[in-house]
Write a protein that binds this ligand. Structure first.
Ligand code: CP
Ligand code: NVA
Length: 321
């Protein structure tokens, strides 16, 4: 196995879309995540974030992402500070640029979860410290790391595996899965009604990346496209901020529920089910699938913490501490 630790340094880097990370850099984060998980399981206690501070800005709700950042940082001696938009002036009485400048002087890193991708990019431009995208309307890159980690825990190297996203092909999770798949040589199929086909601009950006890595990206409205999938992945029909579109999206996506009949269409008894969570059982996924033997959604949720810890270690230059 290649020792990526010798070749890669991510110190000082932000993590905003994954588009600016090379295959080697993503692989480095995945290998570090596996190491971090193994250390945790062995009971080893580290203090690698001792003396460090992390700002956690949340415009939208979160269970996993917030808890992953807070516990990963805090359990190794770091001091995370949770800042909801009820607490700070971000873009209200103060520009995002000015908030970023001040946070960068008080914190070693900043996490942002919210609506606009431009907000997290502005924070990164002005903070002068690593900024992590914990989900925007456009991308959910830390989720994609945990997803590939989970895929690899089940099937070994992800290159050449078939990952099938069934649901809203335009949403943040589907978009980040397309990026990570194109980078790592994963065959990625989006099964979605034509009205929710992935954004053509992103498809165009991913095209050359996929050609370079050997990934095949396929878009289909036909459920038969899940044939041969190693993993079927879904997400809620209406994302945070889309509450007004719930009815329309439910109508479009109802035929795309992941149920046992759809899992069986893969033709692979060893195929697994993935979901970023939170899930609405009975809508995008049948309860017997997410709670059944093919589901790896709970491992995937746990892996958010290990991948996020690895990301923070690497971007703070602490992976060898
Ligand atoms: N998957 C995910 O981001 O979960 P939360 O919304 O609970 O953070
Ligand atoms: N697409 C979902 C993901 C939640 C983790 C949302 O944005 O609400």
């Amino acid at each position: 196995m290649v020792d990526f630790t010798i070749m890669v340094s991510l110190k000082g880097r932000s993590f905003l879309t994954l588009l600016d990370y090379s295959e080697e850099e993503i692989r480095f984060l995945l290998e570090l995540s596996k190491k971090v998980k193994a250390e945790k399981k062995s009971g080893r206690v580290n203090r690698r974030f001792s003396g460090k501070t992390l700002a956690l800005i949340f415009e939208k709700r979160s269970t996993r992402t917030r808890c992953a950042f807070e516990t990963a940082f805090g359990e190794e001696g770091g001091h995370p500070v949770f800042l909801s938009t009820q607490d700070i002036q971000l873009g209200v009485k103060e520009s995002i640029e000015d908030t970023a400048r001040i946070l960068g002087r008080m914190f070693d890193a900043v996490q942002f979860r919210g609506f606009k991708q431009s907000a997290v990019e502005t924070l990164a431009e002005y903070a002068g410290v690593p900024v992590y995208n914990g989900l925007t309307d456009d991308f959910h890159p830390t989720q994609a790391l945990a997803d590939v980690m989970t895929l690899e825990e089940n099937f070994g190297p992800s290159r050449g595996k078939k990952l099938c996203f069934v649901g809203d092909g335009r949403n943040n999770v589907a978009r980040s899965l397309m990026v990570v798949s194109a980078k790592l040589g994963i065959h990625f199929t989006v099964v979605t009604p034509a009205a929710l086909n992935p954004d053509p601009i992103l498809r165009e950006r991913c095209g050359p990346l996929a050609a370079a890595s050997g990934s095949r990206i396929t878009i289909s409205s036909d459920l038969a496209a899940v044939e041969g999938a190693d993993a079927i992945y879904t997400d809620v029909w209406a994302s945070m901020g889309e509450e007004g579109k719930k009815e329309e999206k439910t109508r479009l996506l109802r035929p795309y529920q992941v149920n046992q009949a759809l899992m069986d269409k893969t033709g692979r008894p060893g195929s697994i089910f993935l979901h970023c969570l939170p899930a609405v059982k009975g809508e995008e996924v049948a309860a017997d699938v997410i709670d059944g033997p093919q589901s790896r959604a709970w491992d995937e949720g746990e892996n958010r913490k290990h991948t996020i810890k690895a990301l923070m270690l690497a971007t703070l230059g602490l992976e060898n501490a």
